[in-house]
Every structure is written in structure tokens, then in C-alpha cells.
Write a protein that binds this ligand. Structure first.
Ligand SMILES: [Zn+2]
Length: 451
């Protein structure tokens, strides 16, 4: 029988990782005879939710398993969450959802909402009951939301892949070591089919910096691409295990059609098409703020300091420019602010200024004598009929899509190189291998193996 197990919220800022629990679970399920029907799916949820622990990732494993082993599978989930969940963290509230059979439409719709909005635990529980699913929630049970979203996240539209490698537990919390040149080499060889490997200056972006068990992850357009990447990257510490996920990362899945400024809601991602209504200003900390308007209202947009070069684009805007702002809605004192993830310049206004003419008598500069008083030459004092002229200044920014520096991309943000590469999912035999153990400079015994 076809079983889906969704997992969410086992991690905390101090450690842990839901994908690591999923990788341990996959190993146990394979030992029970499970036959996977899809790569484990890694679903990034609404990045603006105030309850997220770190990356707001949930995971689903989908596999055929003999009915007699179903209870063992559920016991394995509970055992692993009990062992690896970061229960001391207030915001860590793990959840697991079990479903047998095809993914119901209600779960798919719920999943889409969970990526794009704030959803309620009651709504998740109603679907779980209505569809006859099983669920286990720890502490305040909020993780059930993400676990159901993972089950419903069939990723039938655009999707990407990520190969995640995990560190041996004795290395957790220590600085990660890898041959940085091998990451740049991988990017040169596979840059067309993998993304966000290095930043604008060539520094590797594939390794996280926190205490979680992930050593590095490579994102790309196919399982083959990310697997090949892992054969080029040279970590300088042992790899305990690795697994390939199918994911909504890098797809803009959280962004829906444009909404009116009057309909903005806190914590939701939002795309707003509007006109720049004020001159951008740079505030303390290097953040750039500008106001936009549409017929329903006005709102501030913020390009924060970490977005790097995106701030240059924001600073180059002038009133009258047409923009499409991809953002997360934040509620600050004084109202809502759009936290910019991506800035599309749709149309540039003409940057014109009234210039005083040169003096017709001596060619010197002229100045106004006051409102309605006409102009006077600053050099020779000449007065007389002189016309101001309109001068058009060249614009420093271009129409098009502008993204933050790569290290400030959200997990869900579609990078520029993925435009035009969007893909639809067609169930097909899984690329093999998709899970494995060992690797790195000190292969453990038994020596590196793949399944
Ligand atoms: Zn003059």
C-alpha cells in the first residue's frame, strides 16, 4: 500500500533539522522493505510566518510498504522525533501526518495555502479527520500544519532538487571544512543545471553556518545534476549520509498573483504592482526605503542592508516609476512594510528637471530673483526674458528583474538563471542512487556505500 509520511518542525535555532530526521527515517523504512515512489519532498513553507524555527522546511516520504509493516513505520517516526526533536525550544512543536493512498485534493489545496499564507491548526485537523489521515503532534502541535502541507505538496508544477549531505554527530557544532575550490569547480562544470553554489565573489554558498547536522546542500534542475555535483565537491570531514530531495525551493511558489495595497495582510508573501510615490531614502543601517501607491492605497517598501546590490536599484528609483515588488508583508510601528525579495522595474519615468538658462549677454549662470520675479545673471546682472528649459537626465537603472545578492535569497526565491527553466513533474522511475552513506576524506567502515 502507498503510504505518505509528512514531518515538520523538529529543529530549533540551536540545532536539529527536519530533513535529517527524514533521512534517518528513510533508512529505517528501506530496511522494512519500503519501495519509494518519489524522492523525499522538501517543502518550504511561508517564509514570513512568525512561528518558524529556521528555514521553515517540511518533508514528506512516499513509498509502498506491506500493510503488516505500517505500525512499524509509525513507531519509527515517533521514536526518531522523540530522539532528535529539539524539544527545549519554545518554537519547536513537531508534527507527523500519515496518509494511505493517493493525495487528496483538499490536502493539495491546504499545502498551497500553507506556502502562500498563514493557516490555522484547526483547518489542518479538519482535513486530517475528513480524509481519514493519522496525525501525531508534540507540544502545541503546530507542526501538524507543516506535516500535512508536506503530504499535500505533490510538487506537480515547477520544482527543483537538492542533495543534502549530513555530518557525523561528533562534528556537529564545529566549523564546517570543505575544499572551497572544489565548489567553484563544481559551479563551473554544472552552473547551468545547479544554482546558488557561489556568491557574486565566488565564495561557496552551499554550506550552512549553524549548529544543524547539514554539511552542505547542492540545488539543481535534476537529481542527476545534484548527484554529479556531489561527486565534484570535496568535503574535508566525513559525510555520515546523504539524500536527494525534490523541492519547491527556487520556484517562487510562495508568490501568487498581484494584490492591491489595500488587501495586504501581515505575514503573507505579496506581489504588488504599483507606482513609486516618493524619492527613496537611505536610513540608518544602510536600508533603503521607498513608498509606492496604487489606486487602493500606499505602502513603504524596504530593501534591507543584506540585500546588497538590490539597494542600488532601489536608490535609483524616482517617483512615477512602475514597479512590481515581490515581498513579505511585515507589520511595523506605523503600518505595513513590504520587505523586498525581488524588485521588477516595469517602466521608468522620465527624469526631467527645470534648468535655468545661460545668460544671453555673457554666457554666465543665471539665478531666480524669487517667485514670479524672473531670472538674473549671476555674473553680469543681466535681466530680461529668459526661459527655463526641461532637461532629461539619463536613468541609472534598467527595466527588468532585480534580485538581492545571492546570500540574501530566500529558499523559495527563484534565481534569475531559473527563469525559462520551469518544469512540470511527470512521475518517472527514480534516478538511482538517491540515498547513501559515507564519503568525504575518512570513509567510515564499511567503506562508502550507495543504495
Ligand atoms: Zn550675464
Amino acid at each position: 500500500m502507498l503510504l505518505h509520511i509528512g514531518l515538520d518542525d523538529t529543529d530549533s535555532p540551536e540545532g536539529g533539522c527536519t530533513t535529517y530526521v527524514a533521512a534517518l527515517l528513510a533508512e529505517r523504512l528501506l530496511a522494512m522493505g519500503a519501495e519509494f515512489t518519489d524522492y523525499p519532498t522538501l517543502l518550504r513553507l511561508n517564509p514570513n510566518t512568525p512561528w518558524k524555527t529556521r528555514g521553515n522546511a517540511s518533508v514528506c516520504l512516499r513509498f509502498n510498504l506491506d500493510e503488516s509493516r505500517q505500525g512499524d513505520a509509525k513507531r519509527a517516526v515517533i521514536d526518531l522525533v522523540d530522539s532528535y526533536g529539539e524539544f527545549l525550544c519554545e518554537n519547536t512543536n513537531p508534527g507527523a501526518v500519515f496518509h494511505v493512498g493517493e493525495v487528496p485534493r483538499e490536502a493539495k489545496e491546504f499545502s498551497d495555502r500553507t506556502v502562500k499564507q498563514i493557516v490555522r491548526l484547526e483547518d489542518a485537523e479538519a482535513i486530517i479527520d475528513g480524509c481519514g489521515m493519522g496525525a501525531v503532534g508534540w507540544k502545541n502541535r503546530r507542526g501538524i500544519i507543516g506535516a500535512l502541507a508536506a503530504v499535500g505538496g505533490a510538487l506537480e508544477g515547477d520544482h527543483t532538487y537538492e542533495l543534502l549531505t549530513y555530518r557525523s554527530p561528533e562534528y556537529w557544532g564545529e566549523a564546517r571544512k570543505m575544499d572551497e575550490e572544489s565548489v567553484r569547480e563544481m559551479d563551473r562544470v554544472l552552473g547551468g543545471v545547479t544554482f546558488n553554489n557561489v556568491d557574486e565573489r565566488g565564495r561557496p554558498l552551499i554550506a550552512p553556518h549553524g549548529p544543524d547536522p547539514v554539511l552542505y546542500g547542492v540545488r539543481g534542475e535534476s537529481a542527476e545534476a545534484v548527484y554529479t555535483a556531489s561527486t565534484i565537491v570535496r568535503p574535508l570531514e566525513p559525510v555520515e549520509r546523504w539524500m536527494i530531495y525534490r523541492s519547491n525551493q527556487g520556484t517562487d511558489a510562495h508568490l501568487g498573483p498581484p494584490v492591491s495595497i489595500g488587501d495586504l495582510r501581515p505575514y503573507n508573501p505579496a506581489v504588488v504592482e504599483a507606482t513609486v510615490a516618493g524619492t527613496p531614502r537611505t536610513i540608518t543601517g544602510g536600508h533603503v526605503i521607498f513608498r509606492v501607491a496604487d489606486p487602493s492605497g500606499e505602502v513603504d517598501c524596504a530593501a534591507y542592508e543584506p540585500t546588497g546590490s538590490l539597494r542600488e536599484v532601489a536608490r535609483g528609483l524616482i517617483p512615477g516609476d512602475r514597479v512590481r515588488v515581490h515581498s513579505g508583508v511585515r507589520e511595523l510601528e506605523g503600518g505595513l512594510t513590504l520587505n523586498i525579495e525581488k524588485l521588477e522595474v516595469l517602466g521608468l519615468a522620465e527624469d526631467v528637471e527645470l534648468r535655468n538658462p545661460r545668460c544671453p549677454a555673457c554666457g554666465g549662470p543665471t539665478e531666480s530673483m524669487g517667485a514670479g520675479q524672473g531670472l538674473r545673471c549671476k555674473r553680469c546682472g543681466h535681466r530680461g526674458p529668459m526661459e527655463r528649459t526641461l532637461q532629461t537626465r539619463p536613468r541609472a537603472i534598467k527595466v527588468g528583474v532585480h534580485l538581492p545578492d545571492r546570500d540574501a535569497h530566500r529558499h523559495l526565491t527563484k534565481p534569475l538563471e531559473r527563469y525559462g527553466r520551469e518544469q512540470t513533474y511527470r512521475p518517472s522511475p527514480m534516478f538511482s542512487p538517491w540515498i547513501g552513506w559515507g564519503g568525504g576524506p575518512v570513509p567510515r567502515s564499511p567503506s562508502s556505500s550507495v543504495l
